[in-house]
Design a protein around this ligand. Structure first.
Ligand SMILES: Cc1cc2nc3c(=O)[nH]c(=O)nc-3n(C[C@H](O)[C@H](O)[C@H](O)COP(=O)(O)OP(=O)(O)OC[C@H]3O[C@@H](n4cnc5c(N)ncnc54)[C@H](O)[C@@H]3O)c2cc1C
Length: 383
């Protein structure tokens, strides 16, 4: 049987000064940023905030300096992410580019592609979205139908991407398209492209979700032209590349910190002399949080060492998701305060309402619970 391990890692001492610097920046920049907006954490985007983060050198921190990156360690990046997420900073605009599109291009992109998009990404001026899911193709990603057909100087694309977070504010999509007819080898014939979303033949429509937010989009391609030099990596090698990209997508602390603003607000809201049950439950959550944090820092260490922690990342995402999905229910069982979003609602009620409404989606985005558990089982040699 295969195994996995999470070697304990201490954050290096140089991260202390960085943490203090990030905290100071956030205290000042977000002084008037209300709790209800902080509840969005990495789902909330603000291009002006992203530019400020870029000015500080906190986007693309681990990327080579020749592309505008910081050449810093995965631990330093971890500390910045942790501070941003626990403060509920609106990091959503640059999140995807920093987390996965940039690293994907560093691994599979050409020099020209890197030179074209990475520096502006580091400055917080270019944003990316993820073009994987389609109508009828989510978990079964190999069944996508959006097709790129060769033409003079590039490709003509037709099809639809769905549930594309942040597409309306993004400049680029890293898109997975079918570039060869489907055969019995289901994972063959798929390729990745950088798509400039401002091009003709591309329509981005926002989709309003049940909680009233419209970060989701449908992106329709109608004879859209994508230049040949925008093919990422190998033609037909899209499946392998997408799997590598998903490991970046699943490995970060955002997979257990999405409801952190609620946990912090709950602790503020509880009486200073809590009941025994309240104290036990808060202690239990904080212990879970500390364990998840240790696992996540361990994954940062694996990334720093150049390993591929896909199995460990799937585990952290799955366990982290169980943790953060349980928090809204726990909060309601510890305090008899109803979630509310109307004008008279308190800050705590609004944060609670946000988490109650959005937590169900946590085990869908980035791969569903069942899919992750299948990956874990396969990684352990159980299937
Ligand atoms: C908040 C949010 C943001 C998202 N952002 C993006 C984005 O930016 N870009 C993007 O491309 N996509 C995005 N998605 C889409 C997301 O990746 C898909 O919703 C997800 O992969 C599931 O696909 P589906 O919705 O088609 O459900 P389905 O794949 O139809 O799954 C339905 C149910 O069946 C289960 N199931 C499916 N197959 C199996 C199996 N083989 N074994 C066991 N159970 C199975 C699933 O676990 C699930 O419970 C986002 C989704 C959410 C909720």
């Amino acid at each position: 049987m295969n195994t996995f391990s999470f070697a304990p890692r201490d954050l290096p001492p140089e991260t202390d000064a960085l943490r203090a610097e990030v905290r100071g920046f956030l205290d000042e920049t977000l002084r008037d940023f209300p709790p209800a907006k902080r509840a969005f954490t990495w789902s909330g985007g603000d291009p002006a905030f992203s530019r400020k983060v870029g000015e500080r050198g906190w986007i693309g921190m681990t990327w080579p300096t020749k592309y505008g990156g910081g050449g810093r360690s995965a631990f330093e990046r971890y500390v910045v992410l942790e501070e941003m997420l626990t403060a509920g900073a609106p990091v959503g605009a640059h999140w995807v580019g920093d987390r996965q599109s940039g690293p994907l291009l560093l691994r599979y992109g050409t020099e020209a592609q890197r030179a074209r998009v990475l520096p502006s990404t580091c400055r917080g001026e270019s944003f990316f979205c993820i073009g994987m899911s389609e109508p009828d193709s989510g978990s079964d990603l190999a069944s996508i139908r959006a097709r790129a057909v060769p033409t003079d100087g590039g490709w003509i694309v037709n099809g639809t991407k769905l549930w594309t977070s942040g597409a309306a504010a993004a400049h680029y999509m890293i898109a997975l398209f079918r570039t060869a007819p489907e055969t019995e080898a289901r994972h063959a014939g798929l390729s990745q492209f950088i798509v400039d979303l401002s091009g003709p033949g591309i329509t981005v429509r926002a989709i309003r979700d049940l909680a009233g937010s419209d970060h989701f989009c449908e992106v329709v391609f109608e004879d859209a032209f994508v230049a040949a030099d925008m093919l990422v990596g190998e033609e037909g090698g899209g499946w392998r590349q997408v799997m590598a990209e998903l490991a970046y997508e699943r490995s970060g602390p955002e997979r257990y910190l999405s409801c952190y603003p609620l946990l912090a607000a709950l602790m503020r809201e509880l009486p200073s002399a809590p009941s025994e049950r309240q104290a036990i439950e808060i202690g239990r959550q904080v212990a879970h949080l500390a364990t998840l944090r240790a696992m996540s820092i361990s994954v940062a260490g694996m990334l720093d060492a150049g390993d591929n922690p896909a199995l460990e990342a799937a585990l952290v995402k799955d366990i982290g998701c169980v943790f953060e999905q349980a928090l809204p229910g726990l909060a309601q069982s510890l305090l008899e305060v109803a979630p509310r979003v109307d004008a008279g609602a308190t800050d705590y009620q609004q944060v609670l309402a946000h988490c109650v409404q959005n937590a169900p989606s946590f085990s869908l985005r980035g791969g569903t619970r069942e899919i992750l558990r299948g990956i874990i089982a396969r990684g352990l040699g159980l299937r």
